[in-house]
Design a protein around this ligand. Sequence first.
Ligand code: IFM
Length: 635
Amino acid sequence: RTLDLRNGCLRRRSRLRTPQGATLQIDSERLVSLDADVLGIRFSVTSIDYSGTLTLASTIRTGQRPARQGDDPRIGVVGSHRLDTLAVAADANVASLAQRTRQSGIALCCAQAHRLDGGPLVFLDAESEDHRAVQRFRAELQPGQSAALEKFVAYASSGEGVTDALAPVVDAIALAVQTANDGYAALAATQAATLDAFWRDADIDVVGDARTQLSLRFNLFHLMQSASRHARSGTAAKGLTGEGYEGHCFWDTEVFVLPVMLYTAPEIARAMLGYRYRTLDAARANAREMNHPRGALYPWRTIAGAECSAHYPSGSAAYHINADIAYAIGLYLDATGDTGFLLEGGAEMLFETARIWPQAGHFDPLRDGAFGIHDVTGPDEYTALVDNNFYTNRMAQRHLLRAVAAWESLSASHPQELRALAERLSLAQDEIDLWRRAAEAMQLPVDARLDILAQDDTFLHKPRWDLTDHNHDRPLLLDFHPLTLYRHQVCKQADVVMALALAGDGFDAGLKRRSYDYYEAITTHDSTLSPAIHGIVASELDLHEKALHYFTEALRVDLDDLHGNTDHGVHMAAMAGSWLGVAWGFAGLRVIDGELAFTPTLPPGWNGYRFGVHWRGRRLRVDVARDGVRYRLSG
Ligand code: IFM
């Protein structure tokens, strides 16, 4: 099997020996279009020494069973109901099968059409039943002869609860037939052109280290093909590659995947934010459910916008998701200069989500009025429901200031539009003043005795988990009750290190180093999101060996199946973390007061590396070599 990253297709050659001892060679090339809801397969069977009839059955089959959960809660819940079949048909030209989800009433249709191109294959028959539509083709083959066909499959869906449930059938059939008329070569050419444009800007070179370079390209390819390119759907933790986490989106999307897309393919980052805007009403409904009379609280995990967490202490309590989305909006505004986006939903998201912080926290009179945020869960899932989680507070502080800045910039540039928005949201200056005061008074816990940043108000008071004999083959979460983990100093991923990676400016280097050393010693990295972040902070602290070690963990997470669960789907955040490990880590890319800055280093044993960054409509190539660094603007 060959995955062609340049052309965006997968080729496979196999040999089949029949029970009678004859040999056939099967070649296929397949691609899932990055531009339309269609896939194409070019399929051929060549007889090596077989004489006789060949029948090909081309089938749409439903009723696939979900993967078994076993004892790993992360794969998702078995027992999803089959979908209702709405319509199924097959004839010589086209086959289609339409279904509807039982609760949300979304109709989905899959349709297929073929192209035979004059070879020995001819249409034989077609048949359909509730869960299956099949078209068959037949050829008489002699040794040396090939039978080839091209197959095109199109998908179309309705929105939720749509009454004209058969509209997707018409759309899917039209798309399948049109693509078949155009042929595989046309589909492949469009795909290659799309990838060509992507690689031109996004390609990454590691001088003299082909394995690392190819791994980075592999990861980038997966990110690019799984990131949503329209506001209709989100970018899931496993991309489009498996059933792990049931297709849900988490903060992985905004904190890991979006920055990579932003600097390599900004239009995709924009589409990703569009999805969050589309689900803003659902986030408002979620906020009401969580007893917040104003504002919007994005769900910790979701597909269509509603909270899908099963365990609220480790799910709905992860309020930092609001700040993560605001962080991504801020990155987007800085990198693109697309201030229009503020008026197209950006400001509304920033304001509505910022409103939650004063409802989840308060000015604590016992701490001289410091603003504390209570009973939330930070990214570290081995700790839950804490006060003043360092990551949450730091990111909320940034979020509040970003919302204030957006308010001020719109009142200067678009006062009328801002007035209309404020009126619609019942938002007034006193709330903006409150955001500023909360940000300025934000409690950012420092432990005076250890002289490090404290993960939360009580974390450092708990007994330390002994990690000396830690067996890295199994994450602790599979063997210990959450309460046992919550009662110890042990991190699945370290929140303080995470905060230092995203918003570490302003803390002195000694405090950063002591905090890093402390948390690294109690972190299991049971989350695949963890190593890349440790690597980025290690780079900043000049811990170059460590930085390279953690970078490699993120880089190879799926290629080497480092967590033994790549069959649940690839780890999008870790894959993104490998690119970030180069850009934010080795090259020290930071945005300081809205400006792009680098502090490049060369990892031990590397001769150089090159990568591309989109910045305010320009394309920058960063070329780090032994003898210096070159920054080249192109376009
Ligand atoms: O979002 C992550 C979380 O931080 C760790 N557990 C897995 C989730 C999905 O990747």
